[in-house]
Design a binder for this molecule. Structure first.
Ligand code: ADP
Ligand code: ADP
Length: 225
């Protein structure tokens, strides 16, 4: 489903910062990387689309439906945020199944689905482990599996790989891209890593001071003088 931002602005209470008149059209199944300096509004953009932050002006339309009044859990958007942490007291399986539980999916079905997702991210044998027993890369995979468990129509990924070693990061890049394409999920990927944006994205959106400076394909960016 396509995601359309139409003249979206948001100001943090008591601040002049946020997002200013951003219009962006993400096609169904497309991966748009969002880049820009620290403080340029990348996280704000994702939080508005996810519904974690509310109160914008302009319109956010997903699959033809205005999202403004829709609660987070009805949006069918999978999120992997830096500070949207895993639940340390739950097993790997229960972390992945969490969104399904919120949606009142019966226990047998949600465990089946969670196991399936753990297979997809390469963690089949880890269902009963505690989160604290996993490496950083494994935790990122669990976060990704949790985001995918709800059959998301959109994926919102805020620096999902930034905490990882370069070697793990390269591998997970490929996996995220493969999974995203397999699910056909319309995706916004925030990264401060330009190379990551260029190798992963269909298009790259550049923010600065809360405004959208440019949106272009990696090829167009390479060919710029
Ligand atoms: P980025 O993700 O690109 O680093 P953010 O979206 O986090 O940028 O922030 C955009 C701007 O909004 C920054 O100037 C930041 O300081 C400000 N900002 C972010 N969160 C808040 C907040 N909770 N209250 C006030 N200002 C905020
Ligand atoms: P990032 O740049 O990765 O988004 P930050 O370190 O800027 O992370 O922000 C961490 C948290 O602090 C976020 O939840 C953000 O909303 C909040 N925040 C950022 N800037 C401000 C600010 N100027 N005032 C209040 N909260 C802020």
């Amino acid at each position: 489903m396509s995601l359309v931002l139409d003249n979206v602005s948001y100001r943090y209470p008591g601040s002049t910062h946020g997002l200013h008149e951003v219009s962006l059209d993400v096609r169904a199944g497309e991966l748009v990387a969002v880049i820009g300096p620290s403080g340029s509004g990348k996280s704000t953009l994702l939080k508005l689309v996810s519904g974690l932050t509310t109160g914008h002006t302009g319109r956010i339309v997903f699959g033809g439906q205005d999202m403004s009044a829709m609660p987070v859990h009805q949006r069918r958007m999978g999120m992997v945020f830096q500070n949207y942490a895993l639940f340390p007291h739950l097993s790997v399986l229960d972390n992945v199944a969490y969104g399904l539980k919120l949606r009142k999916v019966p226990v047998a079905e949600r465990h089946r689905r969670a196991q399936e997702l753990l297979g997809i991210v390469g963690l089949s044998g880890y269902a009963q482990r505690g989160i604290g027993q996993l490496s950083g890369g494994q935790q990122q995979r669990v976060a990704l599996a949790r985001a995918l468990a709800i059959d998301p129509q959109a994926l919102l990924l805020d620096e999902p790989l930034s905490a990882l070693d370069a070697s793990v990061r390269g591998h997970l890049r490929d996996e995220i891209r493969a999974i995203q394409q397999r699910f056909g999920a319309t995706t916004l990927l925030v990264t401060h890593d330009q190379e990551e944006a260029l190798v992963m994205a269909d298009r790259v959106a550049m923010l600065k001071d809360g405004r959208l400076l440019q949106i272009a394909t990696p090829r167009e960016l390479y060919e710029q003088p």
